[in-house]
Design a protein around this ligand. Structure first.
Ligand code: GTP
Ligand code: MG
Length: 268
């Protein structure tokens, strides 16, 4: 299979709805009043889920890069790794927030401003777990969480539960107007960061299976042949009207990958 030409097809689906442009505009505006930025990435794709313009937007404000969904990924040492469903995994992140907020609080104290909360904004691609993280830090279910990308549509301030006085800003997931590369688009689609209507499932499944060929062959006990999606449909006997149902096979792979049933990977 010529993976390059198929990969190019993946980016034909340029998903950039109006609300993303608005979300990016509001994010840049709000950064003026923010003290600390948490950039939440997906631990399975720490490079593909990075916002390359974020440090420019943040204009010197501290950015903590955090890999979420570490329970679904192979470990990566360079960053703070968390699992937003498990509060125990947040200790290192909370320490880092507290460390970075101290000089900010001291600065305000020296100006006679006492009790002003540190303002922490959480940003990242859709569906990386921003609202889940905020709910865990706040110890209450204030922000709406869903396994569909693009659920948070409005910024929302939520008070953190901490001995330090912290306000957290939940933000809608944003994607750049253009993907940085075809490889990035593929990985974001694979990890459910783009919304399932934004791409052709067949193309993404084929390309995604190619990235982890050995594990896929092992997990489903099959050989790729010319088309791994077809091989999976044959293996699972997925048919519609007597024909192999490639769409269902593609979705089966995507679901199993996203639930880490095939294995825990770091694709970057
Ligand atoms: N396995 C696992 N799932 C997670 C983790 N964090 C969040 N999720 C799940 O990921 C999905 C997306 O979570 P959200 O918190 O809604 O993500 P978001 O970044 O706020 O998404 P948008 O508001 O759409 O941009 C939900 O199904 C969560 O339950 C994690 O650490 N591990
Ligand atoms: Mg959200």
């Amino acid at each position: 299979m010529d993976s390059n030409s198929n990969n190019k097809e993946a980016t034909k689906f340029n998903w950039y709805p109006g609300h993303i442009a608005k979300a990016e505009r509001e994010l840049k505006e709000k950064l003026q009043v923010i003290d600390i930025v948490i950039e939440l990435r997906d631990a399975r794709i720490p490079a593909a889920s990075a916002h390359q313009d974020l440090s420019k937007w943040a204009q010197g404000k501290p950015i903590i890069t955090v890999l979420n969904k570490s329970d679904l990924a192979a470990p990566k040492k360079e960053f703070i790794s968390i699992n937003s469903k498990n509060p125990a995994s947040l200790k290192q992140l909370i320490k880092e927030i507290e460390k970075l907020s101290q000089p900010i609080l001291d600065k305000y104290k020296s100006k006679g401003i006492i009790g002003r909360p540190t303002r922490v904004m959480v940003v990242g691609y859709p569906n990386v777990g921003k609202s889940s993280l905020i709910n865990k830090l706040a110890q209450k279910k204030k922000a709406k969480v869903s396994d569909k990308a693009g659920v948070t549509r409005q910024q929302q301030w939520i008070d953190a539960k901490s001995k330090l006085n912290i306000k957290l800003l939940d933000t809608p997931g944003i994607i750049p107007p253009k993907f940085y590369s075809d490889d990035q688009a593929l990985k974001l689609a694979l990890c459910n960061c783009l919304g399932d209507n934004a791409f052709d499932h067949l193309i993404i499944a084929r390309e995604g299976m190619g990235l982890i060929k050995e594990a896929v062959e092992e997990h489903y006990q099959l050989e790729f042949g010319n088309d791994p999606v077809q091989a999976l449909a044959e293996k699972k006997n997925l048919k519609q009207n007597g024909e192999l149902d490639l769409g269902r096979a593609a979705d089966l792979f995507l679901k199993d990958f996203r639930e880490a049933k095939i294995g825990k990977f770091c694709l970057d």
